[in-house]
Design a binder for this molecule. Structure first.
Ligand code: PEP
Ligand code: MG
Length: 328
């Protein structure tokens, strides 16, 4: 048991045949960073910056944000930390900013909100860049991008923030390194623009929570339709396969940071499709590592081929459960 536990604390995760899988962490609370199991991950795949914003009674200042981001970047020095720009709206309203809408999930959330508030966006990006001083492990991720225009508009603002901070650093004799930039793939429209998006970003991150919600037109938090919300729906599976093949064609790094990546069945299917980076909550890390280490990638690829022809989520789930039972 001790050797099993020890192995969960080492960062290397390989399947039984030696295929490397990177395991990253979804974080949002600074308390997350102190947990020992986090030493066994390859970095932070998703830092949800709205969580600290939600816990305050007013908008945090640039300096406050900078101090917080610095502590996260420092805790994972030498490993990538993907910080997502503010994704408020939808199910994450800020207590000190009222947004009243009939359809919040289809409304003013994520990048839509911050592009309409460039002051808030610029302040946050400046804080991230200032926090990255001397560490070089910052990646910026944009949520809820539905078209290329939003990405390009955001890039103009990021460049502006970069120039401002670079000038500041210059005056102090320091150099600011450009962060890498990615977009969340979680609004279905972006699936059809991925080749174009690939020309403008360094990586993408797949948000299966929202991708499932928007592909199936089902509120992810509504218990009445909870049985309709299913990330193993054949349409979601097909979308995930299409995303990974577009990324491979474009040599674009891709990570999955939705809940599916932290679910044994989901993680198994994702690696069978070709995904090699998964990001998940702390509590899923040891379990997923354990599952992956017992799998042979060829067998999983065969299984994914089999389930790709199935037409119902229940069948995909049943087949995948028996596959996992047999191979774990
Ligand atoms: C997602 O949508 O899958 C995701 C990771 O982002 P969030 O759950 O914060 O919307
Ligand atoms: Mg999301």
């Amino acid at each position: 048991i001790q050797s099993l536990l020890d192995s969960e604390f080492t960062s290397n995760t390989q399947t039984a045949d030696g295929t490397e899988i990177e395991i990253h962490l979804n974080a949002g609370l600074s308390a997350d960073t102190g947990i020992a199991i986090n030493d066994g991950v390859d970095g932070v795949g998703l830092y949800r910056t709205e969580i600290p914003f939600l816990m305050q009674s007013s908008f945090p200042s640039e300096d406050d944000q900078c101090a917080l981001y610095q502590s996260i970047l420092e805790a994972y020095r030498g490993q990538p930390v993907v910080m997502r720009s503010l994704d408020i709206g939808g199910d994450k309203p800020l207590p000190y900013l009222t947004i009243e809408e009939d359809n919040p999930f289809l409304g003013w959330r994520g990048i839509r909100f911050t592009l309409d508030h460039p002051d808030i966006f610029l302040m946050q990006i400046r804080a991230m860049l200032r926090a990255s001083d001397g560490m070089d492990n910052l990646a910026i991720l944009l949520p809820m991008v539905s078209g290329l225009n939003e990405l390009l508009d955001a890039k103009v603002l990021i460049q502006r923030a970069f120039d401002e901070v670079a000038e500041l650093f210059d005056a102090e004799g320091k150099t600011l390194h450009p962060p890498s930039l990615g977009v969340m793939v979680e609004v279905p429209s972006i699936l059809y623009q991925l080749d174009a998006v690939a020309q403008h970003v360094d990586f993408i991150s797949v948000g299966t929570n929202d991708l499932t919600q928007y592909l199936l037109a089902v509120d992810r938090n509504n218990v009445r339709v909870a049985d309709v919300y299913d990330s193993l729906h054949p349409a979601v599976i097909a979308a995930l396969q299409s995303i990974v093949s577009t990324c491979q064609r474009n040599q674009l790094p891709v990570c999955v940071c939705g809940e599916l990546a932290g679910d044994p069945l989901g993680a198994m299917l994702l690696i069978g499709m070709g995904y090699r980076q998964l990001s998940m909550n702390t509590r899923s890390v040891a379990r997923i590592k354990y599952v992956l280490r017992h799998l042979d990638i060829k067998a999983v690829q065969e299984h994914v081929k089999t389930i790709s022809s199935l037409t119902m989520a229940d069948e995909i789930r049943a087949e995948s459960e028996s596959f996992l039972k047999l191979h774990n």
